[in-house]
Design a protein around this ligand. Structure first.
Ligand code: R5P
Length: 298
């Protein structure tokens, strides 16, 4: 069940301000742009420009890089809202930081996402919406309801729009296979899943992929971070003689030399959503965010 009032405030945090103009107008939703600045020492300042007492707030605040700053801002916003008498706070974080450290890969490691979810719960958030979370299974153990909105259909629709709807879809691993099958099903095209493994210490990625005989392929992944995984798969496809290969993702972190790595592996271009602001954004998740807001109004 959603929030209990007939209207809500969509409180937009500094990390997600760029999404405001993309959101459709939603009846009974009032947008509040949260004031913010960074103090000279790097700390965040948050101020609500209007009363929130008695209101239900949906906080839109991505936790993409700089993750730690955006996380602290989400905490300050939530805590401030409840302290000022808000009735409820719900978080929409299109990219949820730390979700990739979802277990203890090496002895002694922190299971970071557990801490992040626990912290949001303790702040008082009643629910979190995110998009294509790296490890959907963490929702089962989460102390706070975690709703994973899926952007595969939005990506598939975009591929159609830009004339790539007839491409062969390639992805990585078991989780990737689900993503590839969703995109391929929406496009009514074929797909294959590569097996990839990463050396936890060196970060080196190894890929195994069966023969692909398509002319045009789109490699889809939930996240492109260093670009190592994507570049390795693209290289394999180019070796097999696939003429045009596109690198598509939901979350484009594109850290370090990721773009260079992917382009030099033979990619035609990088196709990303706007869960993270970047210059490779070709499609928007604003519709999914609007869907989450509407769900809360029911
Ligand atoms: C792995 O499970 C993910 O789906 C991505 O393949 C991975 O996070 C990409 O990382 P990178 O770009 O650093 O290879």
């Amino acid at each position: 069940m959603g929030v209990t009032s007939i209207s809500v405030i969509l409180a937009v945090g500094p990390a997600s301000r760029y999404l405001i103009e993309k959101l459709p107008k939603i009846k009974d939703v009032r947008i509040m742009e949260i004031e913010h600045k960074i103090f000279p020492d790097g700390e965040s300042y948050i101020r609500f420009p209007e009363e929130v007492s008695g209101e239900d707030l949906i906080v839109l605040q991505g936790t993409h890089p700089p993750q730690d700053r955006h996380l602290i801002q989400a905490i300050l916003i939530g805590e401030n809202a409840l302290d000022l008498g808000a009735r409820s706070i719900t978080l929409i974080s299109p990219y949820l930081a730390y979700a990739r450290q979802d277990k203890r890969f090496l002895d002694g490691e922190a299971v970071s996402i557990k801490t992040i979810l626990k912290t949001f719960h303790q702040v008082g958030y009643r629910k979190i919406y995110t998009i294509n979370i790296h490890s959907p299974w963490i929702a089962e153990d989460s102390p706070i309801p975690l709703i994973d909105l899926r952007a595969e259909r939005v990506l598939a629709q975009h591929l159609k729009t830009v004339g790539l709807g007839d491409s062969f879809i390639v992805s990585m691993g078991k989780k990737g296979e689900e993503m590839a099958s969703m995109v391929a099903r929406a496009l009514n095209t074929g797909y294959a899943s590569a097996e990839s493994s990463r050396d936890r210490r060196t970060g080196e990625v190894r890929v195994e992929l069966g023969e692909v005989s398509a002319e045009k392929a789109v490699v889809v992944d939930d996240i492109i971070s260093t670009g190592g995984t994507m570049a390795s798969v693209i290289r394999e496809l180019k070796k097999m003689g696939v003429k045009s290969v596109y690198a598509a993702c939901i979350h484009a972190l594109l850290v370090g030399g990721a773009v260079e790595k992917i382009m030099s592996s033979g990619a035609e271009r990088i196709i990303a959503s706007d869960t993270i602001p970047n210059s490779y954004t070709e499609y928007s998740v604003a519709g999914l965010i609007a869907e989450a807001i509407r769900r809360e109004l029911r």
